[in-house]
Design a binder for this molecule. Structure first.
Ligand SMILES: NC(=O)NCCC(=O)O
Ligand SMILES: [Zn+2]
Ligand SMILES: [Zn+2]
Length: 483
């Protein structure tokens, strides 16, 4: 059976042109004029783009004494509703737990996924077992390893562990990721704030000033450079962190930066809201920043010093957030955004002229497909690619509201935001999953996407590091010791 998207304008990261797109067996099989198929979908007035890829989600994640509320069923349904056709989630081994055992646990969560998914593996402790198991993890198609520089006493790793793991990533052709915040300073500031009676949600923001992020970002970049491996910095929220990335890239270092749609559009004033629930619902790490930092992030997307817009979707209900009444350090960290990333970025980015349509595709899909070495299977409209496609209606409007969202939580941090630009159709490997507000996604349709190690950037960097490695100087006529 063939399906064809007719009369649309194809928009990719580098081109815009009028064409029909023919799909068969989950793949794109032809792109051209006057194509016909068994089923035809009208894209008149719409843009036909690669489906969004969200490389940063936490679905049903055990965290801070509870579990994030959206699982692979509601999370991937939310993703598809907003035009995202693939998510990359984080497998988090408990300290001392085998990576492979944790992977089995994460595999068990995914049976209801409605769109494709992959994993990053977190390195939460270090030892010979982790060193050995990283190779097996890579063999299973998981080629990116996350390091938390924050969450002291829980997920955090120190510099020694991070350097060891980064070197192992270099050897395996894998990509290290970092949550860059100085966890020691955050812990000390939190303690000081609480001792002074500053225990509300705004204390969370005070405990994580931009400097803790800038310092950690710079440290991770330098450690990665010394280990000879590229680096991906998740949830870049501020100029200090962006500046470190920008500077490193200017020096030729292979560093990628990922701002979130939340940090691009929501600011720190949310934490000063008199309503405790309102403020706590927005507690995440790093916290929302000022407009000045937001401008830096937008500029980074425009200049190419930041490459990917993600969500870090990690949703908690109001009831869960209330675990932190009287102590902000117990408010589960995280916010949602999977359904809203594309519409909000289009509205605030493309409709305002901050981003071109092609840049929109690049930062929501194509760049991360390349960084994670799954391009052009994902992130592309080319023959042979997976038919993960969003037919984007730039005129469709809605006002974001928790009442109508797919996420299971009882609020939405974008509540009341009016968006112009929404999917008309979303296809997941050729399956029509969304038709405007109607969800047709099939539970369990999603498949794991295995990725190869040794992406082009890894290969180039290891070649360069090999050529420029310190070498012993061979000498003749060396004087005798002490003579
Ligand atoms: N970001 C956040 O606050 N929660 C999810 C876990 C993480 O990415 O740090
Ligand atoms: Zn994080
Ligand atoms: Zn995260």
């Amino acid at each position: 059976m063939t399906k064809v998207i007719r009369n649309g304008t194809v928009v990719t990261a580098d081109r815009t042109w009028k064409a029909d797109v023919l799909m068969q067996h989950g793949k794109i099989v032809a792109i051209g004029s006057n194509l016909h198929g068994d089923h035809e979908f009208d894209a008149t007035g719409c843009y036909v783009m690669p489906g969004g890829i969200d490389p940063h989600t936490h679905l049903e994640m055990p965290f801070m004494g509870t579990y994030s509320a959206d699982d692979f069923e509601s999370g991937t349904r939310a993703a598809l509703s907003g035009g995202t056709t693939m998510v990359v989630d984080f497998c988090l081994p408990a300290p001392q737990q085998s990576l492979l055992e944790a992977l089995q646990m994460w595999d068990n969560k995914t049976s209801k996924a409605a769109c494709d998914y992959s994993f990053h593996m977190a390195i939460t402790w270090w030892g010979k077992q982790v060193f050995d198991e990283m190779a097996t993890v890579v063999d299973r198609g998981i080629t990116s390893f996350k390091h938390f520089m924050a969450y002291k006493g829980a997920l955090m790793v120190d510099d020694d562990e991070m350097y060891s793991s980064f070197q192992r990533c270099a050897d395996l052709g894998a990509l290290p990721l970092v949550h860059a915040e100085n966890g020691d300073v955050v812990a000390a500031l939190s303690q000081k704030l609480r001792a002074a009676g500053n225990n509300g949600p705004e204390g969370h923001a005070y405990s994580r000033p931009p400097e803790v992020e800038g310092e950690a970002t710079n440290r991770a970049i330098m450690i990665a450079d010394m280990a000879g491996v590229p680096l991906y910095v998740v949830h870049v929220s501020c100029e200090q962190s962006h500046e470190a990335i920008r500077r490193a890239r200017q020096k030729g270092m292979r560093v990628f930066g990922e701002p979130l749609i939340q940090h691009l559009t929501l600011d720190e004033t949310e934490y000063f809201n008199k309503d405790w629930d309102h403020a706590a619902r927005r507690v995440m790490s790093p916290p929302f920043r000022s407009k000045w930092h937001q401008d830096s992030l937008w500029a980074g997307l425009q200049a190419g010093s930041l490459q990917v817009v993600a969500t870090d979707h990690c949703s908690f209900t109001t009831k869960q957030k209330r675990n932190g009444v009287g102590d902000f350090t117990k408010i589960p960290n995280g916010t949602g955004g999977l359904e809203d990333r594309l519409p909000v970025l289009w509205t605030r980015g493309v409709n305002t002229g901050r981003l071109t349509m092609n840049e929109f595709v690049a930062v929501t899909s194509t760049n991360i497909a390349k960084i994670l070495n799954m391009y052009p299977k994902k992130g592309a409209i080319v023959e042979g690619a997976d038919a993960d496609i969003v037919v984007w209606d730039p005129k469709r409007k809605k006002t974001i509201s928790a009442k109508k969202q797919q996420s299971v939580i009882d609020y939405n941090v974008f509540e009341g935001v009016e968006v112009t630009g929404l999917p008309r159709f979303v296809f997941s490997r050729g399956e029509r999953s969304i038709e405007e507000a109607e969800v047709k996604a099939k539970v369990g349709h999603g498949e794991f996407v295995a990725r190869e190690p040794n992406a082009a950037v890894n290969r180039a960097l290891s070649t360069w590091k090999e050529i420029s490695a310190p070498r012993k100087v061979e000498r003749t006529g060396i004087p005798a010791t002490g003579v």
